[in-house]
Design a protein. Structure first.
Length: 277
């Protein structure tokens, strides 16, 4: 397995970190992974360990305000900035792996980014995988604050609050929970502006569901207590089911790729790749 990392300057002068893992031979396809809120690309090694030995390349980007990238932690001025960061990362994948199919894989907040990206730039993708799609959330955020997000985003956009992600609801694997809690690249905040932008993109995805035209695999933990599967179901119900598969895993929490029994998830992803992408 070959690994490397790189950086580029994105819009606003923010430095973006990305990394990749490649098989020794020409890859069968490329995964481009977009992580979740407070997360970073290094926490997706189970995808790397499973798929790279099978001949796939894996790329991961640290979004602005996350991981080893620059920017205010947990903040974005417009959701489209995330999409632009992924677009510039995709350009580097395209030039490094010419002619190889690209699968965009987003988890949680990253799933919203991946779906939004694919609606804007579908032509360069062979398919999309959305995991723990954050169409709804059960984060520990007071109701009064949610109701005022739009107003507060105009007057105090950069105010940062705890993002409400509870480590114990990521996975049933205690080692995953301990590693998350000890990970210095993980952060636990989100700004008022980010919350408002997430609400806007959720509404946009529902309103534009009829324009979806790529193979899509939706993965969700059946006992996800961070982003309930009912939110992903709401989006799935509006999509063309000839293009989309929705798989829920009984008893699993939010990070199905880090769960006990994750091998079943990876087997389903591999089978979907052979059928669809």
């Amino acid at each position: 397995m070959l690994s490397q990392d790189g950086r580029f300057t994105a819009k606003g002068g923010i430095e973006i970190f990305y990394q990749s893992w490649q098989p020794e031979a020409q890859p069968r396809a490329v995964f481009l992974i977009v992580h979740g809120l407070g997360d970073h690309s290094g926490r997706y090694r189970h995808y790397v360990d499973y798929f790279v030995p099978k001949g796939y390349a894996v790329y991961g980007v640290d979004l602005r305000g996350h991981g080893r990238s620059g920017g205010r932690r947990g903040h974005v001025n417009r959701f489209g900035e995330y999409v632009d960061d992924v677009r510039q990362t995709y350009d580097r994948v395209f030039h490094s792996e010419p002619g190889v199919k690209v699968i965009l894989l987003g988890h949680s907040l990253g799933a919203l980014i991946a779906l939004s990206y694919a609606l804007r730039y579908p032509d360069g993708l062979a398919g999309v995988i959305s995991s723990g799609t954050a169409m709804r959330d059960a984060l520990d955020v007071p109701g009064w604050l949610r109701s005022m997000t739009g107003t507060l985003a105009k007057i105090a956009p950069k105010v940062a609050l705890n993002n409400g992600v509870k480590a114990e609801y990521l996975s049933h694997d205690p080692a995953v929970v301990r590693a998350y809690e000890a990970d210095r690249l993980v952060h636990h905040v989100g700004t008022i502006r980010l919350g408002a932008e997430v609400d806007l993109v959720r509404a946009e995805l529902l309103s534009r569901a009829g324009a979806w035209k790529l193979p899509l695999l939706m993965l969700h933990g059946g006992d996800d207590r961070i982003c309930p599967p009912s939110g992903a179901q709401l989006l799935y119900d509006r999509l063309d089911h000839s293009l989309v598969e929705f798989r829920q895993y009984v008893g699993m929490y939010h990070e199905v790729h880090n769960e006990v029994g994750k091998e079943a998830v990876f087997n389903d992803v591999e089978a979907w790749l052979l059928r669809r992408a």
